[in-house]
Design a protein around this ligand. Sequence first.
Ligand SMILES: Cc1cc2nc3c(=O)[nH]c(=O)nc-3n(C[C@H](O)[C@H](O)[C@H](O)COP(=O)(O)O)c2cc1C
Length: 327
Amino acid sequence: MRDLLPSNRPLLILAPMQDITDLPFWRVMSRYGGPDVYYTEYFRVHRDSTPEKHILRSIDENPDGKPVVAQMIGQDLEALRRTALQLQKRKIAGIDLNLGCPAPIVCRKEAGGGLLRNLPKIDDILRVVREAVHLRFTVKTRIGFDSPDEFPALLDLFRRHPIDALTVHGRTVREMYKPTVHYDAIARAARLMPCPVFANGNVADAESGRRTVELTGTSGLMIGRGAIRNPWVFTQIREAWAGEVTTRPTLVDLRNYIEHLYEETRNPVVREGGQVGKMKKYLGYLAPGLGGNDNFWNDLKPVLTLRELFATCDRHLAEAMPLHPTA
Ligand SMILES: Cc1cc2nc3c(=O)[nH]c(=O)nc-3n(C[C@H](O)[C@H](O)[C@H](O)COP(=O)(O)O)c2cc1C
């Protein structure tokens, strides 16, 4: 990934988020400047798997031609090798291995974050997948399963393999999405790994982006929930590194963004209830805490129709007030 690093600012990556960062969502991000690199939702890999069609579509119809890294989750060596070969027939920049998913059903199968309890298995997987991947091969990891104390041994393992980048989500599997991010662990990875390291966790705007780079020394930022809440985040970070953040969206801009999300994600064969559900999924990341309270989210929760949903947005997002008063 070193070849993709910009010379004067961190590489900006949209995090993979299952059922969120699909092709329509990438299209919306692209409208707002977008990241430098997209990661797909994970392809589930097991003995009988074939790559999911809807995720393949996001690769094939990539909205702006920026590099796409295809992420795999699984622990079956032969299936991972086979899938890596299949995926490399598509237009991708690389393959990523998920070592972070905390979902109990995934961990029980010793995949995703569950693998962090079995270092010899990770060792085998890295060897086999590295051999199969002639493009860039990256790893996205949490910092341990139970405790951050596990991370040094994990790093020693990663250092033994010629991977092209390591993304560190600065939490253990047990910590799920708790507020604290262990920046010291990410910094350790950036210091010790011979490849580029990307910091992940709680970047939501230019200020948190700058703080994360200062605390960790990484050459890239991977942004997930912050991008759902603030699609301007990539542009704002680019501006911050160029000198000054000038993109300062208002509540009205947020209202328009919600409309764009609907335009891109609506699906004529899905019933209205389903469409409302899909929109609430996004809104669940951006409405709570907006303006310092949960009033917007509390009003959105009971809505059942698109008309009610947008009327609620109109009621709460009508003013040209800054979305981030402190930005
Ligand atoms: C709804 C949701 C789905 C996710 N799906 C994936 C996934 O498919 N692959 C993956 O590596 N991480 C996944 N993650 C984790 C994110 O990529 C990221 O590591 C995490 O949200 C922390 O970053 P953030 O604070 O910028 O959101 C998911 C997170 C969320 C909230």
